[in-house]
Write a new protein. Structure first.
Length: 253
């Protein structure tokens, strides 16, 4: 839930005529749009405070767009204001009932709250929207929902669909499907998923690195496991992941 769809931040230039000092004034609508785009960029940088400030400036200009309330939902989520985030996502959907990104956001918020029925409805609608470019996020969330329901077969189904859509960018789906394979003792499949969940765009996903090390230990590939666990300590120094990697190292030495 936590990544936005493609966001372009428009540069703000004040154009000055060569013949005079007159400046082109932006309309209220254009100013409001710039504030919303700035808020989206802030959220991409994990700066919820600046995002909220820009969104409030857009509201002061009487902007009541679904995009504004969707971004408010994401910003409130980052600030751990769950009820405010839910309210904003619902407002976005009231304004635009087919807004799949807002359905995904609301579904994830309800999932975290424990409202599995409400979550499933919104997540399925978003996941099945063929025009939603990040439907893999909703499919991943449906996997998490079914894991909470202890329905691992259905969870695996949704993780697999997310991976089909997003490939190696489906970091969380790869990791959680790897966990299912690990529990089933399907270690070759688990190893493959954890490798993919810890490479390229997923390279900073420490838990996936650690589970790859655990899988190698379970496969009795101790030399590979040692190399991986040492690598984890080098990549993630002074972290809980590094401490746990050190503990696993002690167990196989």
């Amino acid at each position: 839930m936590n990544k936005l769809s493609s966001v372009l931040l428009l540069a703000f230039f004040v154009l000055t005529s060569c013949a005079s000092s007159d400046k082109m004034e932006l309309s209220t609508e254009e100013k409001s749009k710039l504030f919303i785009e700035s808020a989206a960029a802030d959220l991409n940088e994990n700066d919820a405070n600046s995002a909220l400030a820009h969104l409030r400036q857009a509201q002061d200009l009487k902007n009541e767009s679904p995009e504004l309330y969707y971004l408010l939902s994401l910003a409130y989520y980052r600030k751990h204001e769950t009820e405010m985030a839910i309210s904003a996502a619902k407002k976005a959907l009231k304004l635009s009932p087919d807004f799949s990104a807002a359905k995904n956001a609301l579904g994830k918020l309800l999932l975290d709250k424990g409202d599995l029925v409400g979550a499933e409805k919104n997540l399925k609608e978003a996941a099945l929207d063929l025009t939603y470019p990040e439907a893999f996020l909703s499919k991943t969330n449906l996997g998490l929902l079914n894991s909470k329901k202890k329905n691992q077969t259905e969870a695996e189904h949704w993780y697999t669909k997310a991976i089909f859509d997003a490939g190696n960018n489906a970091c969380m789906a790869l990791y959680y499907r790897g966990e299912i394979y690990f529990q089933k003792n399907l270690l070759e499949q688990a190893q493959s998923d954890f490798k993919r969940a810890s490479k390229n765009g997923c390279a900073n996903f420490g838990e996936a690195h650690l589970y790859l090390g655990k899988t190698l230990i379970k496969m009795k590939k101790n030399s590979e496991a040692k190399a991986k666990l040492i690598e984890i300590q080098q990549i993630f120094p002074s972290t809980d992941v590094a401490s746990r990697a050190n503990q696993y190292l002690k167990e196989i030495q």
